[in-house]
Design a protein around this ligand. Structure first.
Ligand code: ATP
Ligand code: MG
Length: 557
């Protein structure tokens, strides 16, 4: 029992305690509450995996609630993208809901608060109100409008609602305590005038409720038992509770806000505002640019739902702010693709080999497994001919004993094919090797069972037959930022740390079996890394993204 307790995270412990104290298990209900003002990122994935994970663990419903109270920044495009991403991650929400569904109820409650003398309309400037707010170490002072009569407040609030007052001229404030130690309790704003069309309610409203007023009451309406948010809302908890106090029916469930630390990831930024800047300024090609830490960017890059869920679980949840090393995310995708991706051959930086004793015009189709070590992957046939490409770095005229690749006078095996021996090479005026002449051992065909086929040679190289290879575009990505914490510098803008070499586009050659690959198909290009078909692929141009290399220079550093 004790051991089981230990393995629970602190939120699960809170839930277990609540259950032990009499909360019926059927009352457990969670929600994931994105604001549809951008695409989801890997930080949101932490919250998604947490909330939906609790739903699965306790067999409790999880609502998807769009927190759509700011029409200036919210769009249907974002709503659609968010739903797509959550589905793709493999989670099912119970109800799809919108805070905007509750605008009328929230308005009615606000009127009730005014009638009880607990809210008032203020028409000071925001500067005046900011000064009166005081500071954490200095009490605030009351607004001159604080004692407006209930009738006048009701009348002004109605005028606000009816669009009779100018944007920014009036707000509704809760009347709490301008001397409260918690700044959020010093007569917080409940409503502001915003003459903007809302993506769902259209022109119905021109006053919009603030986050704090909306969130807790929405949780209450939906009867969410545990409203889990990130640490920056901890100081809002007093206000969350005060607002609940005003409306909660003691016979009903009272939601509980609890906080955990945001997921931060090294070498990137995670705020939607900053990600939007990257998109709008054309620093990336869009929200789904494969260099973005968004779910859609990671998907396009070749990440799997499993890898993202494993990453979230492994990184865990914490009570304190911290930064997760992006190397963990990269480990998670390598680990998953290692288990799932078929192995194929591609040459990224080609040099030509001519096998001089292989008959001109001849071609053979060699059977090759998609995975030599695991069952169930199947196989395909790979064409072989007299002229092939190998990687430039796999050949040296001379090299020491540790170089197990091709060198003059020595043998290597071509994967799934024959043993070849380098005899001579041709160089251009710069001394660069342009062609390598080899001979092959006719009897050494892989899997043929002959003595020669069982001969051990040190190196095995990947290759493609020039005549059959498909020329493709390969996009090689590096980290988008050169700094571990690009937005962690006080006086330097995060964009100063953009890596100018985060995208390299090369022409490469892949085996013809890839002709039928579809967008998002993932492969291991043997000895190189994991690659995924990009959506820019057309009939005549196959485009691959490199998801991760097998080894990378960053971990070596
Ligand atoms: P951002 O600061 O990136 O714009 P946000 O908090 O404004 O994020 P929301 O759409 O309001 O984004 O977030 C929806 C839910 O996801 C909230 O419960 C929020 O606390 C959680 N969330 C957002 N970012 C992270 C993160 N980096 N790590 C964990 N949870 C997060
Ligand atoms: Mg937010």
């Amino acid at each position: 029992m004790n051991e089981e307790k230990k393995s629970l995270n602190f939120l699960e412990q809170i839930i277990e305690e609540d259950l032990a104290n009499g909360l019926p298990k059927e009352k457990l209900r969670f929600r994931f509450p994105p604001e549809p003002n951008g695409y989801l990122h890997i930080g949101h994935a932490a919250s998604i995996c947490l909330n939906f994970g609790l739903g699965l663990k306790y067999n409790a419903p999880v609502n998807l609630r769009f927190d759509d109270t700011n029409p200036a920044k919210e769009e249907q495009e974002y709503v659609d993208a968010i739903k797509h991403d959550i589905n793709w991650l493999g989670f099912k929400w119970d109800k799809e809901l919108y805070s905007s569904n509750y605008f009328q109820q929230l308005y009615d409650w606000a009127v009730l608060l005014i009638k009880e003398g607990k809210a008032y309309v203020d028409n000071q400037t925001s500067e005046e109100m900011a000064i009166q707010k005081g500071a954490p170490t200095e009490v605030g002072t009351n607004s001159p409008n604080r004692d407006r009569s209930i009738e006048e407040n009701l009348d002004l609030f109605l005028q606000m609602k009816n669009g009779e007052l100018a944007e920014g001229s009036h707000v509704l404030r809760a009347k709490i305590d301008m001397k409260h130690v918690n700044m959020h309790m010093r007569d917080p704003i409940m409503y502001r005038i915003l003459k903007k069309e809302h993506h769902r309610t259209g022109k119905n409203w021109c006053i919009y409720p603030m986050y704090d007023w909306t969130h807790g009451e929405s949780d209450y309406i939906e009867q969410i038992s545990h409203s889990i948010c990130t640490l920056e809302f901890k100081s809002h908890r007093d206000l969350y509770d005060w607002y609940l106090d005003q409306v909660c029916d003691p016979a009903k469930l009272r939601p509980k806000q609890r906080e955990f630390a945001r997921r931060n990831l090294s070498y990137t930024v995670m705020s939607k505002r900053k990600l939007l800047q990257l998109v709008e300024e054309g620093i990336v090609t869009g929200w789904d640019d494969p260099r973005m830490p968004t779910i859609s960017g990671l998907r396009r890059r070749g990440y799997t739902p499993t890898s993202i869920r494993n990453f979230s679980d492994t990184a865990g949840i914490s009570k304190r702010d911290n930064v997760t090393d992006v190397a963990l995310l990269e480990y998670c995708i390598k680990d998953d693709l290692n288990k799932t991706a078929p192995r194929v051959m591609a040459v990224l930086n080609p040099v030509k080999i001519v096998i001089t004793n292989y008959p001109e015009g001849k071609e053979e189709f060699l059977e090759a497994n998609y995975n030599d070590y695991e069952e169930g992957f199947g196989s395909r046939s790979v064409p072989f001919s007299r002229e092939i490409y190998i990687e430039k770095e796999d050949f040296r005229e001379e090299a020491n004993k540790k170089f197990f690749r091709l060198k003059l006078g020595k043998e290597v095996r071509l994967k799934n094919a024959y043993i070849i021996k380098a005899e001579s090479c041709l160089k251009d005026e710069n001394g660069e090797v342009t062609e390598i002449y080899c001979t092959y051992d006719v009897d050494s065909k892989s899997g043929s069972g002959t003595e020669a086929s069982k001969r051990k040679v040190k190196g095995t190289l990947h290759w493609v037959s020039i005549k059959h290879a498909i020329k493709t575009e390969v996009r090689i990505y590096d980290r988008l930022f050169t700094d571990e914490a690009p937005d962690g510098h006080k006086d330097i803008d995060f964009k100063e740390f953009i890596n100018p070499n985060s995208l390299q586009i090369i022409e490469a050659f892949v085996e013809p079996s890839l002709k039928s690959a579809s967008v998002l198909d993932r492969f291991q290009f043997q000895r190189l890394g994991y690659f995924c078909v990009d959506k820019d692929t057309t009939k005549s141009n196959l485009v691959f993204n490199r998801t991760v290399p097998l080894r990378d220079k960053w971990t070596k550093k």
